[in-house]
Design a protein around this ligand. Sequence first.
Ligand SMILES: Cc1cc2nc3c(=O)[nH]c(=O)nc-3n(C[C@H](O)[C@H](O)[C@H](O)COP(=O)(O)OP(=O)(O)OC[C@H]3O[C@@H](n4cnc5c(N)ncnc54)[C@H](O)[C@@H]3O)c2cc1C
Length: 464
Amino acid sequence: MADNRRYRKKSLLAAARIGRIVGEHKVIVDPDILAGYAKDESEAEPVLPDVAIRAEDIDDVVATLKLAERFEVPVTPRGGGTGKSGGAVAIRGGIVISLAKLCRIEEINKADLLAVVQPGVVTGELQAEVEREGLFFPPDPASLETCVIGGNVAENAGGPRAFKYGVTREYVFGLDAVLMGGGRISTGRRTVKGVAGYDLTALMVGSEGTLAVFTGVTLRLLRLPKCVATLLARFDDEVSAGRAVARIVEAGLVPRVLELLDSACVETARKEGKMPIPEDTGALLLIEVDGEEGSVELEVERMAAALDEGGARDVLAAQDEAQRSRLWAARRELSELIKKRAAFKLSEDVAVPRSRLAEALQRYRKAGAEHGVEVASYGHAGDGNLHVNVLWNDPDLVVKARETVDRIVRISLDLGGTITGEHGVGHLKKKYLMWEQSREVIGLQRKLKRTFDPKGLLNPGKIF
Ligand SMILES: Cc1cc2nc3c(=O)[nH]c(=O)nc-3n(C[C@H](O)[C@H](O)[C@H](O)COP(=O)(O)OP(=O)(O)OC[C@H]3O[C@@H](n4cnc5c(N)ncnc54)[C@H](O)[C@@H]3O)c2cc1C
């Protein structure tokens, strides 16, 4: 674990002052406990922060950002720590501020279809709570049992349901936030419409903890769909599965989930997972449609026809909740199972236009073969957003593996795609940002960052 000592002295001085205001029990300096704040779920090297502040209310956040700026100490916000790009890792040391204890659901409003929540509310818990009221919060990152709303907003998180419902940004009406220096702002609204001024809410969504620390989020809700049907289609290979995705979109069908597992992922799920998968399966598509009862039945029929035309070997349909979760098993387990496939792994979450998915899958696989490593892809095919894993066993292949990752990113951009569909740039993908965006666009973003945080102390070293 790296130990960046540059700010240690100033951090400890700031922490002593913060402790006097917020309560010393919220200030962590014990290295054993700090180790729990050193990493996220990415491949970024862990870095031990000098101090962690476990904020319990907005005043704690204000005091931390005020004194950190006065002492010129970097601050890294942290939610559930499930990030996949190193965003919550304090790469420069300094203070980590954890928002996990700001975890109250303040309001669920059925008439206005909105919820007001603190940033530390666990995403899955919010979903369960609103569903009890017949309401629906669609963004569903696969980490929803452990990630929190503040982290989702900071990363503009997506998930399997994004194909129909979009990503977190579509559900953020407004934000309460604290700026570096301790200033409090509220942006956005509680109304469906609202066009006053620049859309600072949209700017802060996806800002990866670099512009402000969120302390409250007003979220848009929908009515809970009455009926959901789940289908699992088997294909000979990922290219035909990719083509079937394009066919589904062309047919005007709007499933809420359209997830793909390529042949390497299918093999992993067959060998290591709980779900029985026939030997001759080369790729899988997991599909869900939702809506009113009659319309769902109709859509399932049309979907089955489109899959058939698209070359599916067969299509399984879940008849009840138990069958639904059995069909989901292979996809749900994959993030963990794929780690067992090889000794080393690097993963990317590139996205390409849906129509280029089949071509992208072929080219990623070829790039891996040319470099002597394996490429296994799965994910949100409906959005063209894939988790592309580069896998290898021989430690000497690390350079080749990194070259393969570079190639995968280049291929995605070449096909009109992006370097990151949902995990953010964070620390790990900084070098790729300039492959995607012009100097002018990056320069403008840097100026915005300086406007929010003139001393560059909030989550420094991220994105740019
Ligand atoms: C198994 C697994 C599956 C995943 N599946 C998905 C998926 O389907 N879709 C997807 O989009 N992502 C997915 N992720 C990635 C990750 O869960 C998301 O990026 C999530 O939004 C991170 O939330 P978090 O609370 O864990 O944030 P953290 O990791 O704690 O932080 C992420 C970033 O947000 C900032 N931040 C956190 N809280 C605040 C705040 N209150 N104010 C300002 N900035 C803040 C941090 O500084 C950091 O830059 C997955 C991760 C895992 C491990």
